[in-house]
Design a protein around this ligand. Structure first.
Ligand code: GLU
Length: 476
């Protein structure tokens, strides 16, 4: 019988969520949703030297912000917790002891400087640097006595010395590694903590993970993992290794946080919808040309079969293009709500109708929400004109329009959009101007550019008093 589907995202909390990890999380999430399985979040925090304070909280916030809700994980206990590896140490110890007792793993007493010497000698002989297995020959009883006497040690896996291993990967098909390429992997470090390899295998088994979906950089670890499954007599999960992410020049995607961190993208004003949509297409396709998918649509469409083998280019320009589409096309309410923090931070304190109307107009002009305060400047900030604009403004025809408008605007205090439409019509008949001779000078005075929204719509946002000031500024 097929095992129930249980997948996991197993990040090491080292600071921020790389877009590659976001893709791993997303594909696991989508596979669980598509199949009615469970999505588990496991924090792989056994490497104390890489611990970063606040990283887990940051990770949880980011997953939540993009809508990847897990079924089991920190703060959401399920049947196979705890979900922090640092809280599972006795489990790893127990499994290590089993491997030692069955002589499938051994104590190694080599000191760091000895290992370093071994390594540099191998490199100078043009050999692939690997542990030379010298401690494998120590008799188990002698090794145990040395451990009991307090000698510093690690525990290593006994990897076969010849032959090869072949396994099946859902994305890559059949993959073979000769054992001579595989090191006697350290399973427990000298600080007593397990390495990733041991903890990962033990947990995937105990958490009853059915499919491992993760980045291609882990493919070369599969032989040791499968060896471990065999040592314990367990059936391994099925495997799917996702293609590498590349820079547009096809080099491996940068690790510079500012360029690749999911939370930084959100902070810069990329929408979660755009980020998820874009990342979903990095190595997966539906077979059609369609490019826009909501998370709910992805949950229905996703399949492991359509993951590609070739590296996927992460192109921030394409992401920006997608983001501007979402800014223009999501419900206005939604964009207004998300625009507010950016406007507030820039000291733009408009609200209610004005806020809605202005966002409605201005969302057409930005790629990122963080650009909104800048475009608001054209409504509320100081306008400066270049020579070409100055020429239009100072024409006698334009000057008459400005004077006529000032006169009319001063006549009454309260103005609405339809009053302004009437004023536009009146200007046409009284001054005998129309088309660009009418609109260009007025738009310039209002927003510092000749093209843009209708005058009455602009007026709604700018308001009478502000417009009076702006017209006065254009009198020559
Ligand atoms: N902790 C590993 C990472 O940070 C997990 C790899 C895996 O999914 O097995 O990527």
């Amino acid at each position: 019988m097929e095992k129930p589907i249980r997948v996991r995202f197993a990040p090491s909390p080292t600071g921020y969520l790389h877009v590659g990890s976001l893709r791993t999380a997303l594909y696991n999430y989508l596979y669980a949703r598509k199949t009615g399985g469970r999505f588990i979040l496991r924090i792989e925090d056994t490497d104390r030297s890489r611990y970063v304070a606040g990283a887990v909280e940051n990770l949880l916030n980011t997953l939540n912000a993009v809508g990847l809700n897990f079924d089991e994980g920190p703060g959401k206990e399920g049947t196979s917790g705890p979900y922090f590896q640092s809280q599972r140490l006795p489990l790893y110890r127990q499994h290590l002891q089993q491997l030692i007792a069955e002589e499938k793993a051994y104590y190694c007493f080599c000191k760091p400087d000895e290992l370093e010497k071994m390594r540099s000698e191998q490199i100078s002989r043009n050999q692939h640097p690997m542990y030379d297995k010298r401690c494998r020959n120590i008799k188990p009883r002698e090794a145990r006595a040395r451990v009991e006497a307090g000698e510093e040690h690690v525990i290593r896996l006994k990897v076969p010395e010849e032959g090869a291993i072949t396994f099946f990967d859902i994305v890559r098909g059949e993959v073979t590694f000769p054992w001579e390429m595989v090191d006697d992997q350290v399973l427990m470090k000298s600080d007593g903590f397990p390495t990733y390899h041991l903890a990962n295998v033990v947990d995937d088994h105990l958490m009853e993970i059915s499919h491992i979906i993760r980045g291609e950089e882990w493919l070369s670890s599969v032989p040791k993992h499968l060896l471990l499954y065999g040592c314990f007599g367990w059936t391994p999960p099925r495997l799917a290794h996702l293609p590498l992410l590349l820079n547009p020049d096809k080099s491996k995607l940068s690790k510079r946080q500012g360029d690749v961190s999911a939370e930084d993208f959100l902070k810069k004003g990329y929408l979660p919808e755009a980020l998820i949509n874009y990342v979903a297409l990095l190595g997966w396709h539906t077979g059609s040309d369609r490019e826009f998918y909501s998370l709910t649509e992805l949950e229905k469409e996703f399949s492991l079969k359509r993951i590609t083998k070739a590296g996927a280019v992460f192109d921030v320009e394409k992401l920006k293009w997608m983001n501007s589409w979402y800014i223009r096309n999501l419900p206005l309410e939604n964009i207004v709500a998300r625009a507010q923090p950016f406007l507030k931070a820039a000291g733009i304190a408009i609200q209610d109708t004005l806020l809605h109307q202005s966002v409605k107009l201005l969302r057409e002009r930005v790629t990122l929400l963080s650009e909104l305060p800048g475009v608001y400047d054209s409504f509320f900030g100081e306008l400066n004109f270049d020579d070409e604009q100055e020429e239009i403004i100072s024409q006698p025809g334009s000057q008459s329009i400005y004077r006529f408008w000032l006169e009319k605007l001063e006549e009454q205090k309260s103005w609405n959009e339809s009053d302004l439409s009437s004023l536009v019509a009146l200007t046409t008949t009284r001054l005998n101007v129309k088309g660009k001779n009418l609109y260009f000078p007025l738009r310039l005075a209002m927003i510092g550019q000749t093209h843009g929204p209708d005058l009455p719509a602009l007026f709604e946002i700018i308001g009478r008093d502000n417009l009076i000031k702006r017209l006065q500024k254009c009198l020559r």
